[in-house]
Design a protein around this ligand. Structure first.
Ligand code: DC
Length: 219
């Protein structure tokens, strides 16, 4: 099976770009952040102390994460319940950022990710796809943009949704999440030497997608 592996920091537009690339290729797109978020929902519901690894480990024994594609869209399941609509909140942003640093959490969903990529051609986006999950992929990309530009994009997105937002809060949150993702001991976010790095700061979404499509090898 073929894959396109995409990594990059929070707020860089990975999920928008990945979905568009997948659409052009006629493939599904796997957002692996959703799996970490579903585990965070389990932690939130069980009201455990996420800084206590023993509590997180005990919880992991009781949960099962799964993914299904319906009408081309990813649905993420926690113990059989579709939790997709609960994944994108600020609280889950922070819970997932902390719990995804645990080896046990990462190990619990590595086979799921690899098995999905064995079943069909897949665009896969996350933080450790090029460096770990799909190390052998022939198509690896690292999308980047300055923290200020990423915060600005998030700010505009949330304003457009009618949410009350503070630019400075968003920027600080992104910087904290970058730090968590890049400095964790297990599978930190890195730009691997065999990835094509695209600085999206001054590019439109379509320009990023075109650049990727130009470089994707389908044989
Ligand atoms: O991409 P996202 O914001 O939905 O990711 C949610 C969290 O999961 C984020 O803190 C980074 C983490 N993550 C990870 O560690 N590895 C991945 N492959 C995907 C996400």
């Amino acid at each position: 099976m073929l894959s396109v592996a995409i990594d990059g920091p929070a707020g860089v537009g990975k999920s928008t770009v990945s979905k568009l690339v997948a659409k052009k290729l006629g493939w599904h797109c796997l957002d692996t952040g959703a799996l970490y978020r579903a585990i965070a929902v389990a932690c939130q519901r069980a009201k455990i102390d996420i800084n206590n690894i023993d509590e997180v480990k005990a919880l992991l024994k009781t949960i099962e994460i799964d993914v299904k594609f319906k009408d081309g869209l990813q649905h993420t399941y926690l113990n059989g319940e579709d939790v997709t609509k609960y994944l994108r909140t600020e609280e889950i942003d922070m819970l997932a950022s902390v719990t995804s640093a645990y080896k046990e959490v990462r190990d619990s969903i590595i086979d799921l990710q690899r098995n999905l990529a064995k079943k069909e051609n897949l665009v896969v986006e996350g933080r450790d796809i090029t460096s770990n999950v799909l190390k052998d992929s022939k198509n690896k990309f690292y999308l980047d943009a300055s923290p200020e530009e990423r915060a600005n994009r998030r700010y505009k997105e949330r304003l457009a949704r009618g949410e009350e937002v503070d630019y400075q809060d968003i920027l600080e949150d992104l910087i904290q999440r970058d730090k968590n993702d890049m400095t964790r001991k297990i599978a930190p976010l890195v730009c691997t030497s065999d990835s094509i790095r695209i600085d999206t700061t001054k590019l439109t979404i379509d320009q990023v997608v075109d650049k990727m499509l130009e470089n994707i090898k389908l044989n």
